[in-house]
Design a protein around this ligand. Sequence first.
Ligand code: FES
Length: 252
Amino acid sequence: MQTTQKPGCGRGCACVGNEDKQDTQQVAKAAEEHKPRIHHDVRAKVEYQNWFYTDIVKKHFFHPKNLLLSKKNAKEWTADGIGMVGSPTCGDAMKVWIRVIQEEDKITDMKWQTFGCASAIASTSMLSVMITENGGMKIEDALKIRPQDINKRLGGLPQRKFHCSVLGDKALREAINDYFKKSGQNDRVIVEGAEVIDSTLKVTDKDIEEAVLEGAHTFEEVQKKTKVGIHDKECIPKVEELIRFYKGKYFG
Ligand code: FES
């Protein structure tokens, strides 16, 4: 009578012999070692979904609000203030147009265009909604909006994408400054200048701000990105103070 050979030691039983056991363990170990490592920041929040962006981010990315689609649209849209910024680290640009009712000191409309990524598109779309919902926003309130507020309304962005939400925020501030200048309110212009921190390598506070926004939260991490303090050791306490300040400002 023919018997069915079972897996195992070859003696017809169901055991896993020692050699087979070792092979199995080695295969499992090799598989574990070669398993693609997914950075926690880009892993889907819900494991069975492929997306690591929230539904709100996706909604604003695929259907952005208040976007000026063409150059023609941008040219025809009359604005009271225009602001443009570019990120020195990723080469992205953001342009914002605003309309203001001077008597009420209120922004009633905001449009934008960007060369940035999905996170920049979703963040600026959300920012434009925040500014224009409920009939507009007082300038003093618009100036208080922080990237964290946009991030919150989006349900969160991956940390390494957080700096993208700063682009729209900065461009809006530039547009407000432009409006102040055009309407003769020069005393209200807010100047954010760059201060040289490392006198040898000419690293500024803005470079440190960018590094923190990109996820460098310790002196060593900031130094790796900017080379600050490698030659000019005296600036290190100031750099550490700035890291604490920007961490509190953006992530506190
Ligand atoms: S805008 Fe530069 S990576 Fe998002």
